[in-house]
Design a protein around this ligand. Structure first.
Ligand SMILES: [Zn+2]
Ligand SMILES: [Zn+2]
Length: 149
């Protein structure tokens, strides 16, 4: 997923353009928090620079204090409540984009799967998938996992 990308919410009220300055590889998170938050089996994220998300339309914001005590804010469409990205006060300058909102989301293939310890049992990952039982704990570990090489 290189170059400029576009996406938006379900109802079309929010549209965004993602320029390409700082972008990590997409990953899937199978933690139980993501399952509750998305109402689904896992979430697909891609860390990007907050300044690269150029968004139009009315958004609103939800927040959640994670077990790590980081406050996560989720920005989404004010009308249909599609979540577009999350920011986290321990990760300044970075936004975690919800990859399913991309126009070309079918081209997003997770580079890694984290929290496979709580993966739903019916999901079968490719045999060569890069997996972690939990998640990286430091910036260095995150970089090693999802920094494009
Ligand atoms: Zn919407
Ligand atoms: Zn998660």
């Amino acid at each position: 997923m290189k170059g400029e990308l576009t996406g938006g919410c379900l109802c079309g009220q929010v549209r965004y353009r993602l320029t390409n300055e700082f972008r990590m590889l997409p990953y899937a998170c199978h933690c139980t928090d993501c399952q509750s938050r998305t109402g689904s089996a896992f979430s697909e994220h891609m860390l990007v620079g907050t300044g690269d998300v150029h968004l139009e339309g009315e958004t609103d914001c939800g927040w959640y204090v994670q077990p790590s005590r980081a406050k996560s804010q989720i920005v989404g469409c004010a009308q249909c409540k599609t979540r577009i990205y999350a920011i986290n006060d321990e990760r300044p300058g970075m936004a975690s984009l919800r990859c399913g909102t991309l126009d070309r989301s079918a081209e997003v293939e997770p580079h890694a799967h984290i929290w496979v310890r709580s993966k739903q049992p019916w999901i079968v990952l490719p045999p060569d998938a890069l997996v972690m039982a939990e998640q990286p704990r430091t910036n260095e570990e995150w970089m090693a996992l999802v920094w494009p090489k």
